[in-house]
Design a protein around this ligand. Structure first.
Ligand code: M6R
Length: 612
């Protein structure tokens, strides 16, 4: 939620900031702004995309070697030029960019107004910069000392970068619950919400931790302190992120590229972890805490959105293969409940970004209650990856389209590996079945490639139903969470109302919605409950709905009832979601494109939800 980028070095800051904002635009795209600093503060900010900011900045923006930039996803105050970041202090000396929410901003604002401050925007961020100004002018202290004092007053989440025109060779950055990375180059520093604006310049980074403040100066000094002003030794890490991974590479949209990357990303997720010939699965990141997982009495899985759907699939996998009881929780609910955590319970969080505020808070909540916590995360070095006792990365590479695709299949692949490993070691899977399963899992990337070859057919179906106002997705067993995921994909990028349902539940209500105008997408692969779902399809057809069926290759029965068919290759039931979700991703993608929607940046959404 919101992207921050800052630069201090010997290059012209403006193009670096603008390029960085383009890379971070997936985090928020309702307005953008930059401040360039010399003896003066040069501020440009604009409602709309980074493109609009560039137009507003004109062709020859100020040459300066220090600056800060921001792309916004509004929390306080509507998206407009005034509410856009950076925000300035009342005396015009300080400029600040912020990602997060200051919860006590109303009280602080009143207190500051009583002291004579006036505000021009409706944002919590402007209050933050005025508070820093208040300490700085009242006590005659440096910018970093004033920021430190302000951090001790604000309640909420923040990643900030501040500049001071009276101290123009310094960036001051701080974080709590919102990510911030410092890139350490030769004679230059970048600060950003993630590493994407940094990798072009350096692969050396320092991830700031919660309650840490970085003071960066032109003489090459990176000084980190905690909120109590103790020195913290910076831990420089090397990241492995290639610039091509951040480009569309010939595709019109990142989502399309990411859908097509899946044969490779699923393989990358299994690389070094699955050895079919020798019959082993190793998840290095879990080794240290493996005993707790193997002896667990219960697993609680927490996540949001698509990651929650992956968690629902894990429920089937862990129960089926490892005989491990599972409860799947919306992280946003778990964080405010008083869950019973017993000895022998493990909690697994699933998150692409590793920064989702609800998931992070739920994890902290159960950790305090004594749970051992694990993370399945994509973004390396993210907050969830760092607060969990153990975990595994899915290695899907940067996912930039707001709609999650390759992260979902990466999560399900990792969860399949985990369920198989636990099942094998707990002795709940007979050896021959285990061998068949791991051999089949090894075939999945190739089978995903086969499904992708049906793209034109899916595109045709998309053209047939693109004007619908509603859609219903039905599935059973392992395919029920896939139905939820298909519906979510359609909703978020094409703005069509869609519902996912367990197929048999349809007759308890949603069947009332079905008529000739309702497309019903049924995931009906030839596995358990196939006959039952066939009956559900007949019920739907009897009410004249348009039926789009995702079936297993060679299924002749469904052809009689379905209006459109997309076939997927035969696989073993636990891995069906990895194939059946692909046509649904393509379907929503093409419908959104045909409706003229901005696929990668759907309205009101942002890639990672770092606020409540
Ligand atoms: O980064 P996370 O996996 O924690 O994000 C969770 C959800 O916000 C995310 O899956 C969201 O639902 C996506 N837009 C779905 O496509």
């Amino acid at each position: 939620m919101c992207g921050i980028v800052a630069y201090l070095g010997d290059k012209h800051a403006y193009p670096i900031l603008v390029e960085g904002l383009h890379r971070l635009e997936y985090r928020g795209y309702d307005s953008a702004g930059i401040v360039l600093l010399d003896d003066e503060i040069h501020l440009v900010k604009k409602k709309g995309k980074v493109r609009d900011l560039e137009d507003a900045a004109g062709g020859t923006p100020k040459r300066s070697t220090i600056g800060i930039g921001h792309t916004r996803w509004a929390t306080h105050g509507e998206p407009n030029d005034v509410n856009a970041h950076p925000h300035l202090s009342g005396n015009g000396r300080l400029a600040l960019v912020h990602n997060g929410i200051i919860e006590n901003y109303a009280i602080l604002k009143k207190a500051l107004e009583r002291l004579g401050h006036t505000f021009v925007s409706e944002t919590d961020t402007e209050v933050f910069v005025h508070l820093i100004e208040e300490y700085q002018t009242r006590d005659g202290i440096s910018i970093e000392e004033a920021v430190l004092q302000a951090l001790n007053r604000v309640i909420g989440a923040y990643a900030i970068v501040v500049v001071d025109k009276e101290d123009p060779d310094k960036l001051v950055a701080a974080r709590k619950q919102s990510p911030l990375v410092v890139g350490v180059g030769d004679d230059e520093f970048l600060v950003a919400s993630d590493a994407s604006p940094i990798v072009k310049y350096t692969n050396k980074v320092v991830y700031l931790n919660d309650h840490e403040l970085a003071i960066i100066t032109r003489d090459g000094n990176l000084n980190i302190r905690d909120i109590a002003n103790n020195h913290v030794e910076p831990r420089v890490e090397e990241i492995d992120l290639k610039i091509e991974e951040l480009e569309k590479e010939g595709y019109d949209f990142f989502m399309h590229k990411e859908i097509h990357q899946q044969p490779q990303t699923i393989m990358d997720c299994m690389r070094g972890r699955l050895n079919v010939q020798e019959g082993w699965i190793k998840l290095g990141g879990l080794e240290e805490y493996k005993k707790q997982i193997l002896q667990a009495n219960r697993m609680i899985i927490a996540g949001c959105g698509t990651s929650w759907h992956a968690g629902l699939i894990a429920e089937y996998l862990f129960e089926d293969l490892a005989r491990l009881p599972v409860e799947v929780e919306y992280a946003s609910e778990l964080r405010y409940r008083n869950p019973v955590i017993r000895e022998g319970d493990v909690v697994l969080a699933i998150s692409q970004s590793g920064e989702t505020a609800d998931t992070l808070a739920a994890l902290k909540h159960v950790k305090e209650k004594g749970a051992t916590i694990y993370g399945i995360v994509n973004v390396v070095g993210s907050s969830i990856a760092r607060i969990t006792h153990a975990g595994s990365y899915i290695h899907a590479g940067p996912e930039i389209g707001v709609a999650s695709t390759k992260a979902f299949t990466g999560q399900v692949t990792l969860l399949s590996l985990m369920a198989l490993m636990i099942g094998y070691e707990r002795g709940t899977i007979p050896l021959t079945r285990y061998e068949e399963l791991i051999s089949e899992l090894g075939q999945i990337p190739e089978k995903v490639r086969e499904v992708l070859a049906y793209e034109e057919q899916v595109k045709y179906i998309a053209s047939e139903i693109k004007d619908t106002a509603n859609a219903l997705y039905l599935g059973r067993g392992y395919n029920f969470p896939v139905a939820l995921e298909g519906a979510l994909k359609l909703k978020e990028i094409s703005y069509i109302h869609a519902e996912g349902y367990p197929a048999a539940e349809m007759k308890h209500g949603p069947i009332a919605l079905i008529d000739e105008n309702m497309p019903v997408i049924v995931i009906a692969t030839n596995q358990s409950a196939y006959d039952k779902i066939l009956s559900n399809v007949q019920e739907v057809k009897a009410r004249k709905a348009k039926v789009i069926a995702i079936t297993t290759k060679g299924d002749e029965q469904l052809k009689k009832y379905a209006d459109y068919i997309v076939e997927i290759p035969e696989t073993m039931e636990p891995f069906t979601p990895l194939l059946s979700v692909i046509p649904l991703q393509l379907l929503s993608y093409y419908i959104a494109v045909m409706r003229g929607c901005n696929v990668d940046q759907p309205r009101n959404l942002a890639k990672s939800v770092t606020v409540e």
